[in-house]
Design a binder for this molecule. Sequence first.
Ligand code: KG4
Ligand code: ZN
Length: 377
Amino acid sequence: MLILGIETSCDETSVAFLEVKNNNFKVLSQVVSSQVKLHAKFGGVVPVLAARKHSENIDRVFRLALKQSGIKKKPDLIAVTKGPGLAPALLVGVNFAKFLAWSIDRPLIGVNHLEGHIFSNWLKPFGKSSDVNPSADGQMSKKIRFPAVVLIVSGGHTELVLMKGFGRYQLLGQTLDDAVGECFDKVARLLGLGYPGGPIIDKLAKDGDSRAFKFPSPLINSKDFNFSFSGLKTSLLYFLQNNQIDFSKSKLSKNQEQLRKDICASFEEAAIKVLVKKTLRAKDEFCAESILIGGGVAANSFLQKKFSDQAEVIFPRREYITDNAAMIACAGYFSVREYVPADRQRPALGRNCQLKKPDKDSWKDVFAEPNLPLASR
Ligand code: KG4
Ligand code: ZN
């Protein structure tokens, strides 16, 4: 089975080809065109500009992915991100995918972007196969076992989910205000750093002292699994104002540079502590067999270290952490598989499972859904 994945929910235009053969996944090609430079001067993604750039790029990105895949036949299925995301940006990918599905007479399935981030954990490096066979106990792989606790940490979402099986989710908690990635980006702005702030803070924090300053970790002791990050950002703002610290000058002294690194490290400590604590508590409380992380903030080295020091945690490979189309193709595969009633009763079934072939007119039912929640299928 050959699946074409398309992703345009935010500021990356991405197309990928995924082959599923003999119960193996193989990413044949993936092209990601980032708009970071375009949005950097605004300090965040401007939806209309993002949509315009997607429109300019999508055809080129598609052709490149097609060429790199080396395939000469039509895909069996097209999977496109239908939400959540920025409405104008989503529309570009969805309309491109609908037209393509109609013109080459192939089925189209709309994929939840958050589900894509979850399934990014199933993908191996380009060209290498990852086994989708169930292991002896009927599970998908030896490492990923259900129920699994999944932490989704991106620029738009911070959600803790109990994944009971393929397509079966229970939302345990989520942020009550800012997403953690958004908090990284806003704090980076306060510190006079560029956009997106997450990777820059990550880099600077490596040379900083995480115990230099104490910032709050909101809701760290609450009994629920919710998060809150806007208070942390505000406390950092007050800290800078009260201490008359200003990093907006173009040339900083050596001491100022070190001070900024210490603030980055202390901020990460406060933000990540609460993510790790609640995720590990959820694992115990729900007797989960594995922990998966997904979304852009999963790239953070401090977060990876903090988790790995305390538990066996599965992270996506680097090329599938931030927004990409391979994860959308992968989630598309599991969506069509999940439609099979027998498969529902044995959600871990992999070998010999039948795939539902969506109607070739299925493109008529796919629409952009900017506020789509992660729900059980
Ligand atoms: O998943 P993603 O690519 O897009 C959304 O679905 O939102 O996540 C983007 C977010 C941004 O907020 C970015 O700053 C953050 O992920 N991010 C990081 C790192 N790399 C990306 N945050 C912390 N450390 C990183 N290394
Ligand atoms: Zn994302």
